[in-house]
Ligand binder design. Structure first.
Ligand SMILES: NC(=O)c1ccc[n+]([C@@H]2O[C@H](COP(=O)([O-])OP(=O)(O)OC[C@H]3O[C@@H](n4cnc5c(N)ncnc54)[C@H](OP(=O)(O)O)[C@@H]3O)[C@@H](O)[C@H]2O)c1
Length: 304
């Protein structure tokens, strides 16, 4: 039975139970299904590997036999798949009529271009895509302090916001279906490079007999970049790379010390070497006396 989901319009109030379908039961989809069930929603699920639904069915979820059946159960359909190739692998196999009228909240991460193409693809089949980017791991699902970026048609999003608030706080950014995907990827480039820098530091510490626990306070302090971000943001937006506080030549010398500290200890130097290479390109471009923020100008252009 197809049911239109409903909910109260004001946040903070418990929305009426809605019918929601979740397609994709990896760690994220399972956590989301659990959060919807916790709020009393009627949840239909489908997954390529059906056994992943067992614990959720025991809690009240309905396991659809096919993706088409799952799409038919709810107007609101959450997609939580590995990437957009997986989305097409699932949705290409269903009759187009099964997609008509559905609101596909696609929380599958991929590139902005793929999110925009996906929105067009579902629109051609009479459905609407809301793109999402979940900013927390599965353990953060169900926590209103967590956040998910959304973009797509605002009126459609607002109609389903109360139901989606079961998952995380909702951060709607605009109509462009690629925008949430773009902001998600900006988040991830900072996340992965920062976390990898931590793993590099742990490996270098280990070479000197230090445990991760020994460098925890140092790591927490180093990765809290708030004061740097607040300092650089207005300057970068103004195109101001004045080297009054820091100079790229100093940064390049420091990056070289980091690389040698790693390689002297027999630790992998690929990451510090890549950082040093970037600094050297900044020097070659004549930014030695400018701020390290001038690397933004190097990064704006592909090196290849
Ligand atoms: N996990 C996180 O910490 C996290 C955080 C933020 C965002 N995300 C994003 O959320 C999405 C889901 O995350 P996840 O950790 O649950 O991902 P996952 O472990 O990759 O699981 C994704 C689901 O995709 C299904 N799938 C993959 N390829 C398929 C195909 N060709 N046909 C049909 N189904 C297919 C899997 O089915 P099977 O069970 O049959 O393999 C599984 O249900 C991803 O886009 C991820 O980037 C994840």
């Amino acid at each position: 039975m197809s049911t239109t989901s409903t909910g109260t319009t004001s946040t903070g109030m418990t929305p009426a139970p809605a019918h929601v379908t979740v397609i994709g039961l990896g760690p994220m989809g399972r956590a989301m299904t659990g959060a919807f069930l916790d709020r009393g929603h009627h949840v239909t699920v489908w997954n390529r590997t059906p056994s992943r639904a067992d614990a959720l069915v025991a809690r009240g979820a309905v396991l659809a036999a096919t993706a088409e059946e799952a799409l038919g159960a709810s107007e609101l359909v959450v997609l939580s798949l590995t990437d957009y190739d997986a989305v097409y692998a699932v949705l290409s196999g269903v009759a187009p009529a099964a997609l008509a009228g559905r609101v596909l909240v696609n929380l599958t991460s991929d590139t902005p271009a793929k999110a925009r193409a996906g929105a067009e693809w579902v629109a051609e089949r009479g459905a609407t895509q809301i793109t999402g980017g979940v900013l927390v791991p599965p353990s953060g699902i169900g926590d209103p302090e967590s956040s998910t970026l959304y973009s797509g048609p605002q009126s459609v999003f607002e109609a389903h916001r109360p139901t989606l608030e079961a998952l995380t706080g909702t951060d709607y950014r605009g109509e462009d279906p690629g925008l949430a995907a773009l902001l998600y990827q900006l988040n991830m480039v900072m996340f992965w490079t920062s976390l990898t820098s931590y793993w590099q530091a742990v490996a270098m510490a280990d070479a000197h007999g230090l445990k991760a626990a020994d460098i925890l306070p140092l790591a927490v302090n180093a990765l809290d970049l708030t004061r740097f971000l607040e300092f650089y943001t207005p300057r970068v937006d103004a195109g101001d790379h004045t080297g009054d506080v820091d100079r790229l030549a100093m940064g390049a010398a420091s990056a070289e010390h980091v690389l040698h500290t790693a390689t002297d200890a027999g630790v992998d130097g690929a990451l510090p070497a890549a950082v040093l290479d970037l600094f050297k390109r900044g020097l070659a471009a004549g930014h030695g006396a400018d701020s390290c923020s001038s690397l933004v100008e190097i990064l704006k252009r592909s090196a290849t």
